[in-house]
Design a protein around this ligand. Structure first.
Ligand code: CO8
Length: 259
C-alpha cells in the first residue's frame, strides 16, 4: 500500500498508519481523507491485520483540516468537499477491527475529530487537544459536535467547542477524552502493546463487541440489549468460542483463529 500523505506499515498483524504532511503539521486535506478512506477499506479486508494504530508520529498528530485549502471555498464547494472527510471518518469508525489513536503534540480541529473515530485513544504527555474551529468562524464539521458529546458529555464538549481552548493530555484523561497518558518516548510502544493484546483476542468477538457498543450508542437501551443478546448468541457459532472455553477448562491460553 503506497500513499503520498500517509505511511502504512504492517508488522505482526498490527498496521500502523502515520499521517505524513510534516510541513503543515499533518493538516488534513481531501487527499489525506481519500487516502485514509482507502486504507480503512484495504486494512479492513486484510485478514492478516488484527489491529490498527493511527498516529501522526512523535511531534504532532494533526493541526486540523487544511485551512489554506478551505479558506476560499464556497458553501457549495464545502457541501462537496465534506464528503471525503465524512466517508473516511465513518469507514475508520466502523472498521471491523480495533483502532487505536496514538497522539503526540497537537490534535486540533479535524485532527481531534479523527482521534474520535478510534476505539481507544492513547496520548503522549505532550499532547494537546482542542476544537479551535469557532475561532475561524466555523464549527467542528468532522463529527466533533456529535462524537465528542457522546464521549465526554455535552457540557464539557460545549465548553471546548464554544471556547476553542486547548486542553493538556492530563486534562483530556480527566474528562475521558483519552484512555491513557504515557511518556512521549513510550507512545508507540504502549500503543503497540495494547494493539497486540487486542490482536490476541478472538477477532469475531472483538468485531461484534465493537459493533454492540457503536450500534448500541445509536439505539435506546431496550433495542441495544436485544442487539447485544443476538451478537452474544452468534458467537456460540464460532470456533473461537469453543476454543476459548475449552482452553479455560484445560487451564491453558486460548489459541484463537478468528473464526
Ligand atoms: N491548515 C493548514 N496549515 C496549517 C495548519 C492547518 N490547520 N496548521 C498549521 N499549519 C501550517 C502553518 O501555516 C505553518 O506553515 P508555514 O510554515 O508555511 O507558515 C506550519 O503549519 C507550521 O505552523 P505554525 O508556524 O503555525 O506552528 P506553531 O507551532 O507556531 O503553531 C498551531 C501551531 C497552534 C497548531 C497553529 O499552527 C495553529 O493554530 N494551527 C491551526 C489550528 C486550527 O485552527 N485547526 C482547525 C482547522 S479547521 C478544521 O479542522 C475543521 C475540521 C472540519 C473537517 C471537515 C473538513 C471538510
Amino acid at each position: 500500500m503506497t500513499y503520498e500523505t500517509i505511511i502504512v506499515e504492517i508488522e505482526e498483524g498490527i498496521a500502523t498508519v502515520t499521517l505524513n504532511r510534516p510541513d503543515v503539521l499533518n493538516a488534513l486535506n481531501s487527499q489525506v481523507f481519500n487516502e485514509l478512506a482507502d486504507v480503512a477499506v484495504n486494512l479492513g479486508e486484510d485478514d492478516s491485520v488484527r489491529a490498527v494504530i493511527i498516529t501522526g508520529g512523535d511531534k504532532v498528530f494533526a493541526a486540523g483540516a487544511d485551512i489554506k485549502a478551505m479558506a476560499s471555498l464556497t458553501a457549495v464547494d464545502v457541501a462537496a468537499s465534506v464528503r471525503p472527510s465524512l466517508r473516511a471518518f465513518n469507514l475508520l469508525e466502523n472498521m471491523h477491527k480495533p483502532v487505536i489513536a496514538a497522539i503526540a503534540g497537537y490534535a486540533l480541529g479535524g485532527g481531534c475529530e479523527l482521534t474520535l473515530t478510534a476505539d481507544v485513544r492513547i496520548a503522549a504527555d505532550n499532547a494537546q487537544f482542542g476544537l479551535p474551529e469557532i475561532k475561524l468562524g466555523i464549527l467542528p464539521g468532522g463529527g466533533g459536535t456529535q462524537r465528542l458529546p457522546r464521549l465526554i458529555g455535552a457540557g464539557k464538549a460545549k465548553e471546548l467547542i464554544f471556547s476553542g481552548d486547548f486542553i493538556s493530555a492530563e486534562e483530556a484523561l480527566r474528562v475521558g477524552l483519552v484512555n491513557k497518558v504515557v511518556p512521549a518516548d513510550q507512545l508507540l510502544t504502549e500503543a503497540k502493546k495494547m494493539a497486540k493484546k487486542f490482536a490476541a483476542r478472538g477477532a469475531v468477538a472483538i468485531y461484534l463487541a465493537k459493533s454492540c457498543v457503536n450500534e448500541g450508542l445509536r439505539m435506546d437501551l431496550e433495542m441495544g440489549l436485544q442487539y447485544e443478546h443476538k451478537c452474544f448468541g452468534l458467537l456460540f457459532a464460532t470456533e473461537d468460542q469453543k476454543e476459548g472455553m475449552k482452553a479455560f477448562i484445560e487451564k491453558r491460553k486460548p489459541n484463537f483463529q478468528g473464526k
